[in-house]
Design a protein around this ligand. Structure first.
Ligand SMILES: *Cc1c(COP(=O)(O)O)cnc(C)c1O
Length: 359
């Protein structure tokens, strides 16, 4: 596609961020070693840091969130076991069926409720009795945030307690756990004041402690270039470590990347509130446009549906926006994601371009 305008707001995903100069300096200075021998001090420091933040014994640095979820599911489940998962969850829909392909672990997908949760009754009904006809239901996986929505904490507690009651393990795909923690902290405080580092970590830990394992992406809103971390018990992480090696994820002097991860955990948690505020600004800027239905954003993602006469115009809108230096995605619905590298002027430009399209 011919571009007539420099890129102003790349709202396709929060993965598009460039490393900051402070981050690059930390990476350049990071002490490194061969992590397959367990010798990389920067990787060990990152793993210890996130495990301590979230209240787990151990953690494992992995190249991607996909590999992190795969290591978790295969560490919890054996061949022929089954995991319960949302129909639109990343671990089920967006990871190439890895748990089934590589682990012979059968997914049991469930439809989502409008708030993103899986109904407790549906979870309970999906747990198979101990009978030779059935796969052994072994694991419940939830995702928080899910489609930009944070799961109500009471729900997280109830769903994970239900799973434990039935002897299931619990895994959280917390790719954007800290976005959920920021929104939850603001909701708990009852005022829209950006929460402190300590408040965010406390909420993230409260969520994480409902689970046996938690995967966190460093390369989404946190802004690191590469990497995820899987947290769990020492025993679970030992199993996950073997699977990571099998999956080709044993990296060597990857402390360069882990140092960026530690940097963003120290410096980029509180700024997630800025992303949420910009998403709210984008959504409110689109109010009242005929044919445009905006879902009120809860974190850093704005979903927009085109309705009525505008229904089929998504590809045309995306191409139009690209000419004005605004990028978004439209696989199922139009999606605009805010992050470190977009500011208020960029959002206001995006709003103006969308409004101009519908003029
Ligand atoms: C991005 C993402 C992942 C992991 O994706 P990778 O691209 O493999 O790092 C996992 N779960 C969710 C919800 C995600 O958004």
């Amino acid at each position: 596609m011919h571009k007539t305008h420099p890129l102003i707001a790349d709202l396709r995903s929060d993965t598009v961020t460039q490393p900051t100069s402070a981050m690059r300096a930390v990476m350049a200075a990071a002490p490194v070693g061969d992590d397959v021998f367990g010798d990389d001090p920067s990787i060990n420091a990152l793993q210890d840091k996130l495990a301590a933040m979230l209240g787990f014994d151990a953690a494992l640095f992995v190249p991607t969130g996909t590999q992190s979820n795969l290591c978790a599911i295969l560490a919890h489940c054996q061949r022929g076991d089954e995991y319960i998962v949302g129909q639109y969850a990343h671990t089920y829909r967006w990871e190439g069926g890895g748990a089934a392909v590589l682990g012979s672990v059968q997914p049991q997908p469930l439809n989502h409720q409008p708030d993103g949760t899986l109904a407790l009754d549906d979870i309970e009904a999906a747990i198979k009795p101990d009978d030779v006809h059935f796969a052994k239901t072994r694991l419940l996986t939830l995702e928080n945030t899910f489609g930009g929505k944070w799961l109500p904490f009471d729900y997280v507690q109830a769903a994970t307690e239900l799973a434990a009651h039935h002897g299931l393990a619990r895994h959280l795909d917390g790719a954007r756990l800290f976005n959920a923690a920021v929104a939850q902290a603001i909701s708990a405080a009852g005022v829209a004041v950006p929460p402190s580092q300590a408040a965010i970590v406390a909420e993230a830990r409260r969520i994480a402690q409902c689970f046996d394992s938690v995967s966190v992406c460093l390369s989404k809103g946190l802004g690191a270039p590469v990497g995820s971390v899987l947290c769990g018990s020492a025993d679970l992480i030992k199993k996950a470590h073997r699977i990571r090696k099998m999956a080709g994820g044993g990296m060597r002097q990857a402390g360069l990347l882990a140092a960026a991860g530690s940097h963003v955990l120290d410096h980029h948690l509180t700024r997630l509130a800025d992303d949420h505020a910009l998403a709210a600004r984008l959504a409110s800027g689109l109010q009242g446009l005929p044919g445009v239905q905006v879902e009120p954003p809860q974190t850093n993602m704005v979903f927009v549906d085109l309705i009525g006469n505008a229904k089929a115009r998504a590809p045309e809108l995306l191409a139009y926006l690209q000419q004005y230096g605004v990028l978004a995605t439209g696989l199922y619905r139009l999606r605009f994601v805010t992050h470190l590298d977009v500011d208020q002027a960029g959002i206001d430009h995006a709003v103006a371009a969308i409004r101009a399209f519908f003029k």
